[in-house]
Each structure stands twice: as structure tokens, then as C-alpha cells.
Write a protein that binds this ligand. Sequence first.
Ligand SMILES: Cc1cc2nc3c(=O)[nH]c(=O)nc-3n(C[C@H](O)[C@H](O)[C@H](O)COP(=O)(O)OP(=O)(O)OC[C@H]3O[C@@H](n4cnc5c(N)ncnc54)[C@H](O)[C@@H]3O)c2cc1C
Length: 396
Amino acid sequence: MRTRVAVVGGGSTGSSILYHLAARGISDPLLIEKGLSIASGQTSRSTALVRTHYTVPVVAKMALLSYRVFRDFSKELPGYDSGYVETGLLIGVDSGYEQSIRQNLDMLQKMGIASDFVDERRVKNLEPFLDTSGFSSVVYEPNMGYAEPSTTASSYASAAQAMGARVLSGTSVLGIRKTSGGYSLTTTSGEVEAEKVVLATGVWSVAMFRQLGIELPVKPVRHPVAIYERPQEFRGLRPVVFDFLRSAYYKPEGQGLLFVGSMEAELDASSPPADPDGYDQSITFEEAEKFTGWTTQAYPVMGEKGRYERGYSGVYDNTPDQQPVIDELSGYGYEGVFCLVGLSGHGFKLCPEFGRVMASLVTEGTFRDYDVSVFRLKRFETGELLKSRYSLSTVG
Ligand SMILES: Cc1cc2nc3c(=O)[nH]c(=O)nc-3n(C[C@H](O)[C@H](O)[C@H](O)COP(=O)(O)OP(=O)(O)OC[C@H]3O[C@@H](n4cnc5c(N)ncnc54)[C@H](O)[C@@H]3O)c2cc1C
């Protein structure tokens, strides 16, 4: 099989890249996915929050542009959906964050992002069930919500296929080697000849890069999520809450559920890297107990009438600065091999911009709208890490 561009990995990242390549006129891009369907990796486990509150300016910009795509998804991709629901976001902070959050709001507002402090009355109006007593202040971001991750990735892949792209699922890429015309990919469905290759292999990227002789500074980290049933009075569409006091996020999903997870890069920094193919996909009793403690403190009504339903775990692909790697691996001897990896647990919301940026890098060799060179892989060798304003670096 031959293609001009082979994209390896059919999660939200690879699917968006495939779509944007096809939209740029690449007639036959090929997506290779080892799972039986699109989004069978970590995308399907995502809580899929779409927010713009970031502290690294270029990431906030990408989040804003991506948010607009989620909001108007079926305008950009007529006939397709992302399942986006707008809920708004409340961020409760303690006094240690006051100064940095003030500086950050200033930056975000200058970029046109609606995000500001709100007083107690407004918070009670937006979420009467939230106990704000531990917060020194609360920020509200109205333009925030969540999408349906598998639907989003499938929409991108299907829209790409409608423009001539191909999807080869149930096929693992086992090796990549240079040829005179580009690269030959050894796969479980035979050889694929490609002029260029894009790696969007998520938490499996460490193994993929090792095969190329590159040590990728990514630590796969297991992340549990607890799911609760909300009592009758606490049902319906409600704002998502970021709780800086307990480093927790609470996502009221649909009409009656509440998803709860940690905003720390890792719950236990001493734990070894997770094996993406063999990690514990459940939630432990201790983890569920910890999350229940947070939940009942933040929403006392959950302590009285909420019910723990179940839990599960996914894996984050954490880089040392919790920001992605967007690069061509020419500096490592692989001109024409690109990567978009190390998304550090917040890469779903950015998938629209990821696709647009990568398609430009692949087809034009550059991206002109803003500087994405800050995401280069070499930054981890030169020490030019992207710096978060908050100690809670996952909010990046
Ligand atoms: C519990 C949890 C909650 C999250 N919450 C949020 C959130 O609220 N907001 C947000 O923005 N992000 C969130 N994220 C992160 C976000 O989901 C991920 O960053 C994003 O979905 C990753 O997409 P991806 O396409 O890069 O990776 P994946 O979806 O994992 O896709 C990679 C694909 O590559 C395939 N693959 C790997 N190796 C090979 C190979 N050799 N050959 C062929 N195929 C291969 C895999 O099968 C997989 O399907 C969360 C993640 C988790 C786990």
C-alpha cells in the first residue's frame, strides 16, 4: 500500500490530523490504527473537558481556537458532530493562587477569553450546591463545556474519508525504516510506503520512539476517575468545577452523573510508568475513598444523598512540563517524520488546532499563524521548558 502521508494512531489527535490533511488537498492520507475502531485508545477514556483557562499563552490561544471549533463543530464539518455541551467552568482557588490567577486573567482577557472573578452571590446563582467556604476567590469562565470524545474523533475520521482519506484499523505499525522515496512502515497488514509519516500514538509513543532510537521523555501515568450518581435536586446541566484547594475537578455529566478526578500530574509521583497495555483500568478502594472525601466536602449534598456508582482509570502521557511535543524529527535523522505526542492529560480539547497545525507543518514545512517551535522535542535537552503560572501544572 502507498500513501503520501501515513498517520499512525486514530485517537482525537490522529483523526483531526487526517481530516486537516485531506482538507488541505492531500488526496490519499492513510490513518493506521491498531485498535478495531477509531478512538479505541485513551480518547475513549477522556472526560473531554473543553476549556480555555491556560497559563502558557500559546496553549491558551490554541485552546481558544479549538473551543470555537467545538462550539461550531457542525458548521466546520457539516453533517458531523462533537457532542459539545456548554456548561461554564467555576475555578475555586485559595489565597496561594491569588496573585498568579490575577495575572493570568489579565493575560486571558487580553486574548479575548471571557474569564473573571465572580462574587459569592453569583457563584451561588451558578452552583448553589458548591461549598465555597475554603476558597479565597472563584473565577468563572462561561465559554467552557465538554464534548463526546469518541464521536469527535469518528467525525474527523469520517469527514476525512469523505474527502478521500483511508482508515486502516486493526493494524499495528511494528517498525519504520527509511527508503529512497520516504519511509516504509512494517505493519500487521503488510508494508506501507509513505512519503511522510505523522506519529500520533499517544501513551504508546515511548515504544514507538524507542524503535526509532529516540528516548522520548514521556511518563505514562495512570489516572483514575470516580463516577457518582447525583441526587434529584442536584441533577441537570451544571457548571464544571476546578477545585484548586483539593486539586480536584468535578464534571457533572448529562443529567445525573458526576465525574471526579485529580488535577495533579500524578496522584503518586513515586509510582513507576504505567504500562499502556497492562495497567489497572479500575479504580482502587483507596482512590475512590479519597475522591469521595473531596466530593462530599465540595458538595455537601453528595455526602447526604449522593451515591458512588463506579470508576475507571486511563493513562496520561506526561512530559516534564506537561505540554505536548509538536515537531518534525529531522534533528534526529528522520526528515519527514512528524510527531504530536506527550499531551499530558489535556490533549483532547486541543485536537482541532493540533490537526490544523500539523497539516500545515506536513504540507508547507511551517505553520505561520503563531509560533509552535516552543513545542519542539529538543526543549527537554536544552532546558527551555514551558512554564506554568500555577504550581498545579496540569492547568498549564
Ligand atoms: C481519564 C482521562 C481524562 C482526560 N480528560 C481530559 C479532559 O478533560 N480534557 C482534555 O482535553 N483531555 C483530557 N484527557 C486527555 C485526552 O483524552 C488525551 O490527551 C487525548 O485524547 C489523546 O488523544 P491521542 O489521539 O493523542 O491518543 P489516543 O486516543 O490514545 O490515540 C492514540 C492511538 O494510537 C494507536 N496506536 C498506538 N501505537 C500504535 C501502533 N504502533 N500502530 C497503530 N496504532 C497505534 C492507539 O491504539 C490509539 O488509538 C484525559 C485523559 C484521560 C485518560
